[in-house]
Design a protein around this ligand. Structure first.
Ligand code: C2E
Ligand code: MG
Ligand code: MG
Ligand code: MG
Length: 269
């Protein structure tokens, strides 16, 4: 409640706040509806090395809203997390990504991997390992070609439990990547303890290459670290030749961003 927002007024619930609440309730209702009517789809953004060889794709969810058109994940994933709908969304997303890999594989297209974003809530839910294992079985995907992208935000508590879960999933054949690396505030010490295979340099550092020297230092540090720990590396948000060249010169040889390609519909790939 905003105390003294006017002169002597106590404003506990401003009409604007009521609007916000109504909007959220409406969005939640529509999101449930989207799940039922299969209005969530995936786009795929390719990842390349410096020689323009395809390394894989990242699957990114899109909501095809009947009236509002395409809604980006930033505008509904947070709500999905708060309402618990992320469990169903996440399971649909993973299923679709696995089915896509199988479809490409059967069509003779060599796709080294598809990366799938896993939100902390989703990963932490009790049945997650069984869920993934069920999807792997039902889609018949070769799990060695699926990378689960997690964020540092996951690792704030119960590190032991998280590591156990990761090992169980690695046992199934899946791999792990840390998304948006460098933006979280978790300790670096966990890095060596987690069974991860890849780091993704966050685009906020990439965009500042050539502009902010501090961010260039962070990028170089992450690249050095990935080499020492023998982790694959993808720089996200690469938009210009200058950024690409800078990253490559520093030893990074995995890229994703508009310089190469936007996320694409399956049929445009
Ligand atoms: P992310 O996983 O870090 O994905 C990268 C985001 O950067 C994507 O935004 C992508 O479209 C965008 N991007 C790619 N290249 C460039 C570039 O060159 N410049 C700039 N400025 N941006 C670029 P998108 O698709 O809107 O997704 C936003 C975030 O939403 C993702 O960030 C991820 O955290 C989340 N997300 C997306 N799909 C899913 C999903 O299926 N499940 C969950 N839990 N989260 C998802
Ligand atoms: Mg990602
Ligand atoms: Mg990212
Ligand atoms: Mg992100």
């Amino acid at each position: 409640a905003a105390k003294n927002s006017g002169k002597n007024t106590y404003c506990f619930f401003h009409p604007d706040m009521q609007d916000k609440v109504n909007q959220r309730l409406q969005l939640e209702k529509e999101l449930r509806n989207a799940l039922v009517h299969d209005h969530l789809g995936l786009v795929y953004q390719p990842q390349f090395n410096f020689n323009q060889q395809l390394l894989g794709y990242e699957a990114l969810v899109r909501w095809h809203h009947p009236e509002q058109g395409v809604i980006s994940p930033q505008d509904f994933i947070p709500l999905a997390e708060e309402t618990g709908l992320i469990a169903q969304i996440g399971s649909q997303v993973l299923t679709k990504a696995c089915q896509q890999w199988v479809a490409w594989h059967r069509a003779g297209k060599n796709v080294p991997h598809i990366s799938v974003n896993i939100s902390p809530k989703q990963f932490s839910s009790p049945g997650f390992v069984d869920l993934v294992s069920g999807i792997v079985e039902s889609t018949k995907v070769d799990p060695r070609h699926i990378i689960l992208e997690i964020t540092e935000g996951l690792i704030v508590q119960n590190v032991k439990g998280i590591i156990e879960k990761m090992h169980a999933l690695k046992q199934l054949g899946l791999r792990f990547s840390i998304d948006d690396f460098g933006t979280g505030y978790s300790s670096l010490s966990y890095l060596t303890r987690l069974p991860i295979d890849q780091l993704k340099i966050d685009k906020t550092f990439v965009v500042n290459l050539g502009i902010n020297d501090n961010d260039a230092v962070i990028v170089e540090t992450i690249i050095g670290m990935s080499k020492h720990l023998k982790l694959d590396l993808i720089a996200e948000g690469v938009e210009t030749w200058e950024q690409l060249e800078h990253l490559y010169r520093c030893g990074c040889d995995g890229f994703q961003g508009y310089y190469f390609s936007k996320p694409l519909n399956r049929d445009d790939i």
